[in-house]
Design a protein around this ligand. Sequence first.
Ligand code: ADP
Length: 555
Amino acid sequence: MYDLCKVGNEGLMGEVIQIVGGKTIIQVYEETGGVRPGEPCVTTGMSLAVELGPGLLSSIYDGVQRPLHVLLERTGGFIKRGVTADGLDHKKIWEFKPVARKGDFVKGGEVIGVVQETVNIEHKIMMPPDKSGTIADIKSGNFTVLDTICTLTDGTELQMMHRWPVRRPRPVKRKLTPEKPLVTGQRILDGLFPVAKGGTAAIPGPFGSGKTVTQQQLSKWSDTEIVVYVGCGERGNEMADVLWDFPELEDPQTGRPLMERTILVANTSNMPVAAREASVYTGMTLAEYYRDMGYDVSLMADSTSRWAEAMREISSRLEEMPGEEGYPAYLSARLAEFYERAGVAETLCGEKGSITAIGAVSPPGGDFSEPVTQNTLRIVKVFWALDAKLSQRRHFPAINWLNSYSLYKEDLNDWFTENVAPDYVAMREKAMDMLQTESELQEIVQLVGSDALPEEQQLLLEITRMIREIFLQQNAFHPIDTYSPFAKQYRIMQAIMKYGDAAMDALKSGVPASEIIKMESKNDLPKVKFEEDFDGSLNAVLAKMDKEFAALGGR
Ligand code: ADP
């Protein structure tokens, strides 16, 4: 099973997906029109594997790790079938610096040397996980990924590159519990629905609700060292946008191009389904490889719905018994297998690395009750529900704060208390409660208008409006607002709460709600988050607010 085969005179790449008695069923990754009986079919004796070694970063691959620029050179703008290309550049010279020495006993996964892959990323050359032995000879200097750099006493020759089958998770020493959040600088994500570094999250949303912008923001701003972006089965022009955009993005941590720490796997909807099915595993294996070096990796899959559809198509061709909506009965198991490969781990070389898996889901018509969304919901621990209504109102990021959730909140509370502020968690819960109450009051407001509400509730609606417009809304395209460090997030929320508390006090002492709502300083607050000197402007607004409240006094 899963052997890679070359089918027909053109040597089309395919994979064994079923064996029934003497009959072998091969799923070909490419168009098979015109292949006739009598043409040869050979197995390579290996399963679908990726090449792992220096040169992966900044590459753009298709689902079976063929570099797109090589395909372009060989076949022109439209990829012809039967083309093969190596995942890594076999001719490029890298400077290898050994860290292990002659006579050392090295186990699978241990580091034997390093290569400076990009300006900021040091690539560790590890023993393949399934090999170990005593070093008889280790070289230093300039080599290609195929040159022998190390020989073991049993005669095994090691290169900088090794291959790994994509469907097999790479082994780790042990998995650890995630205890730090992935810092994204996006207020609604960090503040209300944090994902742990090494956690799993899903972003479901209909077309145009901001999946791509959110994933790009996450790639750009998250505090991970490596980004693997799998474009799985989206339309060609959408994928093209990503391919154009990504190389132009600048890495805010280093000022260098973001591509230097990114690998793109692009598989559009017109590429064959089997390659699409494989692309997610390809991406995950690349992510695991960098995790094994001890890096924090984020893996974006856009979108897992297309991946599930590929599974459905293959399953129906195999005449398997269909489950819900025609998806195979093992849909849920496959999704779980994928997300399970994420996590924090102590790697074989003793480092601590992590993979945070973030999958976009595109349910048809935005209907969250369909099987892919539902099965994903069961597995992932964070759910960022994008909402078409919010995006129509231009409330961005259009993440619905009532439907979304994070199961990491409790686990991360200690981190927030220690690293952000002791009252951060309490403040967040208070804000969530208020938003919940707002949604209940909204029904009454729609019937009778907000003037019919008691003054206290009118004020509450005013405060939640501030939470939504000042804290939750964030413009990804504004140079300053695009990233909000924790200190800033905390101060914004604190300012809103300060106004809220003072407003409630003033109301109790007899000041009419209309006067409290009219306050000038309150109207200055929304602008503060766009200011370069955020702290200075906020301090000025807060001082003004104190004065205004003092002037209102009790009546
Ligand atoms: P999808 O991938 O879900 O089809 P996009 O990510 O392309 O949707 O988003 C559609 C549009 O919504 C974007 O072109 C942009 O104008 C707007 N948008 C989405 N998120 C934001 C954001 N955080 N800030 C500002 N605009 C946004």
